[in-house]
Design a protein around this ligand. Structure first.
Ligand SMILES: *[C@@H]1O[C@H](CO)[C@@H](O)[C@H](O)[C@H]1NC(C)=O
Ligand SMILES: *[C@@H]1O[C@H](CO)[C@@H](O)[C@H](O)[C@H]1NC(C)=O
Ligand SMILES: *[C@@H]1O[C@H](CO)[C@@H](O)[C@H](O)[C@H]1NC(C)=O
Ligand SMILES: *[C@@H]1O[C@H](CO)[C@@H](O)[C@H](O)[C@H]1NC(C)=O
Ligand SMILES: *[C@@H]1O[C@H](CO)[C@@H](O)[C@H](O)[C@H]1NC(C)=O
Length: 566
């Protein structure tokens, strides 16, 4: 315990002596001044000044001596012989400092009877001659550790410390894909150290514009930097997209361009397009055009990288089509009562919607013609829609046939002065309407849906049977209606009125009316006969060979009828 304590004390003393020893730093190659006793020397008292150096192994070598009155005499015989001088203030001047000069030089002084020694520790520093990056990487691949370069700080003492920096921020070894290996080589002749630092780096996408450089820090406080480098950051494709450039909606006959988009640096320039089983490679472009597509073009398409087939993108292409086939077209002429078959086929790539119009009026459903009616005639149009696609088909249906009288009716006019006979007929082409008596023809309705309505006004003086006849090129139809005498009705109506003069007139009227009734019946019979013979018929036309009396009666009837109308 005691012994250990003594040893520690001794060691501390030595340490203290060493640390108290003066140290002089010189620059490599320069003249180094080694002061004696920090320059605190009084020349008059000094009898002798001598510099020696520590040769190691406890030996020392003499360098030079100055006695009080004499000049400096160089006693060195070794390498120091030509490099040493002594200044007036006793400093040792050592030229062309080298690393081997790093040793202890001792200034010895004889002052009076005292001999004093001042050892000075010499250190020779050298900043690196140059800091530069060698073995620079061509490019950096993202995520792949790459030797970015080697930073060399050449010929320094002590060895320079190298720091790598990215965008002025120091890179620390073993952190985030950074690996820095540093080595120091000592030149066997000069003893100078060359520091080499190799940076291995895993780049990220953000490093695209990053600036890398290295910096060498030296004991002397100087800092030297290399020039900055930047690198092309490469990375392989991470994303691939297949674009389909096509008109919307895509229909048969269009062109479709497939475009393969892939990232990466450098970006890939060659692709494989997979066209439903066929693989088509393309170089220096990323597109492939399908021209004049058809419904068979629909399907799944892919593109992939030629050098990495696993990078693949896929898209479905659907070519829309809408074909319709209507069994009827143009003018369709049919006979009333027949059935008309209608078939309508739709071939489409998707769900379609059909709508029908007849003469521009919407129909609820597809028309059906089990038994054609004249009213079925018209312009039929169907429109099929599928998304933005639409197609139309149309036909014009004409239903022809012999006319048929649908209704023959009579009405009394509001003022009771005449009767209106109404003959409603259907047929196509438009039937012509004729009556068995002359009347004042009222309006004839327009011919719509094969229907025509004909009205006449009559003033019957006797009970009459009137017939309406309709005809067209396909046939004739006739119907009769009994019309009672208006005069009788008039008389009945007026019976209540107690006007003698009128009563007398009415009696005369009744007699005349009765006569006329007989005549008219005869006339009507004659007319019927003529109609049967000739097949065509015109109201009031005189039958050949009719008697004079009949003719006169006819005129009378007309006269009366006109009277009544007034
Ligand atoms: C000693 O002298 C030299 C040359 O004359 C001078 O450069 C130096 O500064 C002096 N040193 C001291 C410690 O005075
Ligand atoms: C394309 O269509 C097929 C069949 O419907 C389907 O299995 C596939 O996932 C589709 N592909 C794309 C990219 O939508
Ligand atoms: C005319 O017809 C009506 C009934 O419609 C009848 O009462 C009348 O007797 C008839 N007149 C003649 C003259 O036949
Ligand atoms: C017209 O009257 C006659 C006789 O009065 C009769 O036989 C005939 O059926 C009637 N016609 C119509 C259409 O009412
Ligand atoms: C009907 O009128 C025409 C001319 O207007 C005439 O020729 C004919 O005799 C008339 N017939 C009857 C039955 O009144």
């Amino acid at each position: 315990m005691h012994l250990l304590g003594s040893l520690v004390l001794l060691f501390a003393t030595i340490l203290c002596q060493v640390s108290s020893q003066e140290t002089v730093v010189g620059l490599y190659g320069q003249t180094l001044e080694i002061p004696c006793n920090k320059g605190a020397v009084k020349g008059e008292d000094v009898l002798l000044t001598k510099w020696k150096y520590d040769k190691g192994d406890g030996l020392s070598g003499d360098l030079l001596v100055r006695k009080k009155t004499e000049n400096v005499s160089i006693s060195a015989t070794d390498e120091y012989k030509g490099r040493i001088h002594m200044a007036a203030n006793s400093s040792l001047l050592l030229s062309a400092a080298k690393l081997s000069d790093q040793r202890t030089f001792t200034c010895m002084m004889v002052v009076g009877l005292d001999i004093k020694e001042y050892p000075v520790n010499v250190v020779v520093y050298k900043v690196p001659a140059v800091v530069e990056i060698s073995d620079k990487a061509q490019e950096l691949e993202i995520g792949k550790p790459t030797k970015l370069g080697t930073c060399v700080a050449k010929d320094a003492n002590p060895p320079a410390d190298i720091t790598w920096l990215k965008d002025n921020k120091p890179l620390v070894d073993a952190r985030k894909g950074i690996s820095i290996r540093t080595s120091v080589q000592v030149d066997p002749v000069s003893g100078l150290s060359t520091t080499s630092s190799t940076l291995e780096y895993s780049a990220t996408k953000e490093d695209t514009d990053a600036q890398f450089f290295c910096s060498a820090r030296h004991n002397l406080g100087t800092e030297l930097s290399s020039s900055a480098l930047n690198f092309t950051i490469t990375y392989s494709t991470e994303n691939i997209i297949l674009q389909v450039i096509a008109p919307k909606p895509l229909v048969e006959g269009d062109n479709v361009t497939l475009k393969c988009l892939a990232d990466g640096n450098p970006a890939p320039t060659s692709f494989n397009f997979h066209l439903k089983g066929d693989v088509v490679p393309v170089k220096n472009t990323n597109t492939y055009t399908l021209t004049h597509v058809s419904r068979d073009t629909s399907g799944e398409y892919q593109c992939s990288l030629i050098d990495n087939p696993a990078m693949m993108a896929s898209k479905n292409i659907t070519v829309n089509y809408l074909d319709i086939n209507l069994s009827l077209s143009g003018y369709v002429i049919k006979t009333a009562g027949e059935a008309l078959e209608l078939s309508f086929q739709i071939d489409s790539s998707g769900d379609s919607k059909v709508s029908w119009t007849k003469d521009n009026v919407k129909l609820e459903k597809e028309p059906k013609f089990n038994k054609l009616k004249f009213s079925d005639s018209g312009h039929y149009e169907s429109e099929v829609k599928m998304g933005a696609l639409s197609k139309k088909a149309f036909f014009d249906l004409v239903v022809e046939g012999a006319p048929v009288i649908k209704q023959l009716s009579k009405q009394r006019s509001e003022d009771g002065q005449h009767k209106v006979l109404i003959c409603e007929a259907e047929g196509s082409p438009k039937p012509s309407v004729s009556w068995s008596i002359n009347g004042t023809s009222l309006d004839e309705s327009p011919f719509i849906n094969g229907k025509v309505t004909h009205k006449i006004t009559v003033v019957p003086t006797v009970n009459l049977t009137v017939s309406c006849t309709v005809s067209n090129e396909f046939g004739v139809d006739t119907r009769d209606i009994n019309v009672s005498s208006l005069f009788e009705e008039v008389r009945m109506d007026k019976r209540d009125q107690s006007d003698d003069a009128d009563q007398t007139k009415l009696v005369v009227g009744v007699v005349v009316a009765l006569l006329i009734a007989v005549m008219v019946f005869g006339l009507a019979y004659g007319i019927y006969q003529k109609k049967s013979k000739q097949g065509s018929w015109k109201t009031g036309e005189k039958e050949n060979g009719s008697s004079e009396e009949e003719r006169k009666l006819e005129e009378k009837v007309e006269e009366n009828s006109q009277k009544a109308e007034v």
